[in-house]
Structure formats: structure tokens, C-alpha cells
Design a binder for this molecule. Structure first.
Ligand code: NDP
Ligand code: 2IT
Length: 444
């Protein structure tokens, strides 16, 4: 049996109850085959694959807090410290009732390769809790965040592990988490990214994932002799990534016509009104029915359905496995040409294969959503030198990073004889740097 197949079998047997983790490992290891085969004996002897699929450390802890009725509540907190070969663990915190070890291990695993692709010195990690922020008061959010940090602070630090936001964690939560870290440790340091501008945050971090997604998609179009001009764009999600993807899509000449949340979706043939979307989601923290009520051109539907709208470009920006094989077939049948992932692993394995087999230009999330964590690393640099860069400076660096990622993927795919396969390009390019660092550092 090949080394890759042997490790895939092991991962499936050892983590049988972790479907998302198995899915992420299957995608990565399968596409690493040509790189592994070039040096199989050495990798086997050094147990490179066994080590790369095993997190360096996972901590899980109890998070007790008191709700507004005086009732004590308990959630489960986690931090997965996956790989620190090329830098301190870096990756977001997710607060969502679906959070479990499988989801955080898949996210941490993806983060290792993504962070490597940014070219910046950051290892991979992820954390979070099964806490549901929906419908909670500000005081309840603060109580939860303070309790969560009271355990987490023991395991993180500006040079060891630097968390940030993800689903359910934005500026408000980062603020409460930072305040509690500072109170517990007495340290005013860049231990979290995505901070407010008044206390060490970086300009453009809020926008970075969505903007980066559009920068890399634009570069891919340019390399294929095309532009964003006049393209109809279908977006899922209505959170941080989706909102700023929509904003940048307009700036590049495209027309985003959909968005969604977990209860329903909007089709707005005149184009999504970004200012209204921000008002509904960032200020009021309301449902998309409020968007529809304020916008005569918008159609609101319950459930899921954005992928049924004919488009040139599809940008899944909500959550894992939100674009399945049926959706992929619908997109292709409707003439879609490009799928670029803003979320982490939003496309199922079967859907990805179908899209690629049908000539769709497909950008995997670990490359196309790397702008967020890249800008987090720029925030870490600014914190270290105790300076703040201008918006233009950060934005220019972000754009450069995304353009470089595209060409790294493209060149790597060509080098391995699979031109245009950006999944293989991303996985091999991300893997190479991490593995070189692991080999140099010995068996640790
Ligand atoms: P937000 O919490 O800001 O927004 C998430 C959006 O996705 C909301 O519209 C939410 O709807 C929807 N959503 C979440 N879970 C589900 C679900 N189970 N079913 C249907 N809809 C769902 O998160 P972000 O925008 O930050 O994150 C979106 C994706 O992007 C995630 O995959 C995340 O890992 C990834 N990502 C985020 C980065 C960042 O910098 N924030 C960086 C790179 C990737 P509702 O409000 O109804 O739950
Ligand atoms: O998935 C991701 O890359 C993020 N949620 C951002 C992580 C970060 O450290 O900025």
C-alpha cells in the first residue's frame, strides 16, 4: 500500500467519529500524492504524515457562566494547537452550537497549510466552543468570553498561540476576550488579532478575508484573460467574510446578487445593498427578513437556495459543506465559470471533483480565504513594533500576498503536471514549507 493510503486508513480508523476531520485530511493527502511519491522513503522514515495529521496538543475545558435569569450554564471550550513548525499557532475561535472536536481539528488542519501559503511565519491552530451567541445579551456574551478566557489564557501568548475571530466571534467578542486576558496576566501584548483600532488592531483586518477573496479571484480571472467587470456573483453567508466580499466585488466591477443566513436567503436582482446589509447584520444583529423588508427589489426565501441563481462566479462564504454535489450540478448547468471559497471547506469532496471535472476554475479556501489570517499576521507585526501602518500600506500588502498565493498555486500545479488544479497546487505548496521546517527540526 502507498504511504498516503496507509496514513489515510490510519486516520479513518483512529478518528472514526470525526467526519469533518477525515474529509479535510482526505482532500489534502490525496492531492499530496505526487509530492510524497517523489521522496516516499524519506517521508516514511521521518513519519512526516503521521506527525502532520496529529495535533501537537488539544486542550478542552469547562466554561461556566451565568445567564440573565441567574441560571448557571456550562459550555465546552477547546483550543487545538495543530502545528508550530513555521511559527506560533495562529487561527480563529468559533462560537457556534455545532462546534466539536472534529470541526475544530478540520479547521486547525486546514489552517496549517493556509498559514504556510501566506508566506508569513505562523503555525496552525483553531479553537472555540459550542456556546450559541444568537439571542444572547451583551452581558451574557461578556460573561461567557470572560469565563472562556479565564481557562484559555494559560495556553496562549503573543509568541506561542495567537487566536482571532471566526464564526460567532467578531470585534465585540475579541474586545471582551482581550480585556480579560490583560486583567489576568497584566500583559498588554498582541495575544489576539482582530482587535479594535483603539487597542492595537490593524486597519483592514475587518475587511481582509472578503477583500482577499476578491483579490485572488480577480488575479485568477486576469491570468485567464478575463476581468470581474459585469460578472454576476452569487454569495452565501451574510457575516464578516460575505459582507466584505460583496463590498470588494462592487469595487472590482462585479454585481453580487445574493446572500444568506442560517434561516433564509436573499435574491436581489439589482445587487445587494452593502450599507443595508451592514446595518441589519453588524448593527442590529437581525435576520435577513429585515433586509427584505427595507429593500423593495429583494426577494426573501426560507431555507437554502442561493446556488440556484444563475451566475458567472459563486463565492461560498458561510460554513463547511454548504455546497454539495446537487448544488455543483446546478451551478454548472446555469453557466457558472468560477467557484472561489471564502469559507473553510464549504464545498463537499464530490462537489469539488464535479466542478473541476466540468471546467470550473476552483479556488480552495485555504488559498482564497487566507487574506484574513495574513492580515492577522500583519497585525502581529505592528503590535511587535508598537506601530500602526496606514490603510493603504496594509491593503497593498494584503493584495500582494493574495496575488503571490495565486501564482504559487498556479506554478505548483504546473510543476506537478496538473495545470489549473488549484487544489493540488495549494496543498503541495502549503505542505512543502511546513515539511521542510519539520525535517530541519528533527523528530518533535
Ligand atoms: P460570521 O459569524 O461573521 O458569519 C457566518 C455566516 O454564515 C452567517 O451569515 C451565518 O448565518 C452563516 N452560517 C454559519 N453557520 C451556518 C450554518 N451551520 N448553516 C447556515 N448558515 C450558517 O462568520 P465569518 O464570516 O467570519 O465566517 C464565515 C466562514 O468563513 C467560516 O467558514 C469561517 O471559518 C471562514 N473564515 C473566516 C475568516 C475570518 O477572518 N472571519 C477567515 C477565513 C475563513 P447565521 O448568522 O444565521 O448563523
Ligand atoms: O479561518 C481563518 O483563517 C480565520 N478564521 C482567521 C484566523 C486568524 O487568525 O485571523
Amino acid at each position: 500500500m502507498s504511504y498516503v493510503d496507509e496514513i489515510l486508513e490510519q486516520v479513518k480508523a483512529k478518528n472514526a467519529h470525526e467526519p469533518e476531520f477525515i474529509q479535510a485530511v482526505t482532500e489534502v493527502l490525496t492531492s499530496l500524492r505526487p509530492a510524497i511519491e517523489r521522496d516516499e522513503e524519506k517521508y516514511r522514515k521521518e513519519a512526516i504524515l503521521e506527525r502532520i495529521v496529529e495535533p501537537e496538543r488539544i486542550v478542552t475545558f469547562r466554561v461556566p457562566w451565568v445567564d440573565d435569569k441567574g441560571q448557571a450554564q456550562v459550555n465546552r471550550g477547546y483550543r487545538v494547537q495543530f502545528n508550530s513548525a513555521i511559527g506560533p499557532y495562529k487561527g480563529g475561535l468559533r462560537l457556534h452550537p455545532s462546534v466539536n472536536q472534529s470541526i475544530l481539528k478540520f479547521l486547525g488542519f486546514e489552517q496549517v497549510f493556509k498559514n504556510s501559503l501566506t508566506g508569513l511565519p505562523i503555525g496552525g491552530g483553531k479553537g472555540g466552543s459550542d456556546f450559541d451567541p444568537k439571542g444572547k445579551s451583551d452581558r451574557e456574551i461578556m460573561a461567557f468570553c470572560q469565563s472562556f478566557m479565564t481557562e484559555l489564557y494559560k495556553y496562549i501568548g503573543k509568541d506561542t498561540d495567537v487566536p482571532a475571530g471566526d464564526i460567532g466571534v467578531g470585534a465585540r467578542e475579541i474586545g471582551y476576550l482581550y480585556g480579560q486576558y490583560k486583567r489576568l496576566t497584566g500583559l498588554y501584548e498582541g495575544v489576539l488579532t482582530g482587535k479594535g483600532l483603539a487597542y492595537g488592531g490593524s486597519l483592514v483586518r475587518t475587511e481582509a478575508t472578503g477583500y482577499g477573496l476578491l483579490y485572488i479571484t480577480n488575479e485568477m480571472l486576469k491570468s485567464h484573460g478575463d476581468t470581474m467587470e459585469g460578472k454576476t456573483i452569487v454569495v452565501s453567508g451574510s457575516g464578516n467574510v460575505a459582507t466584505y466580499a460583496i463590498e470588494k466585488a462592487y469595487q472590482l466591477g462585479g454585481k453580487p446578487v445574493t446572500c444568506c443566513d442560517s434561516t433564509g436567503w436573499i435574491y436581489d436582482p439589482e445587487g445587494i445593498d452593502v450599507a443595508l446589509l451592514k446595518e441589519v447584520k453588524e448593527v442590529k444583529r437581525a435576520r435577513l427578513t429585515e433586509y427584505a423588508a427595507a429593500r423593495p427589489s429583494a426577494q426573501y426565501h426560507e431555507g437554502r437556495g442561493v446556488w440556484t441563481i444563475p451566475c458567472d462566479i459563486a463565492l461560498p462564504c458561510a460554513t463547511q459543506n454548504e455546497l454539495n454535489l446537487d448544488d455543483a450540478k446546478t451551478l454548472v448547468a446555469n453557466g457558472c465559470k468560477v467557484v472561489a471559497e471564502g469559507a473553510n471547506m464549504p464545498t463537499t469532496l464530490e462537489a469539488t471533483e464535479y466542478l473541476q471535472a466540468n471546467g470550473i476554475l476552483f479556488l480552495p479556501g485555504k488559498a482564497s480565504n487566507a487574506g484574513g489570517v495574513a492580515t492577522s499576521a500583519l497585525e502581529m507585526s505592528q503590535n511587535s513594533e508598537r506601530l500602526s501602518w496606514t490603510r493603504e500600506e496594509v491593503d497593498a500588502k494584503l493584495k500582494d500576498i493574495m496575488v503571490n498565493i495565486y501564482h504559487n498555486l498556479d506554478d505548483t500545479a504546473k510543476e506537478y503536471g496538473v495545470e489549473g488544479n488549484y487544489v493540488v497546487g495549494a496543498n503541495i505548496a502549503g505542505f512543502k514549507k511546513v515539511v521542510n521546517a519539520m525535517l530541519a527540526q528533527g523528530i518533535v
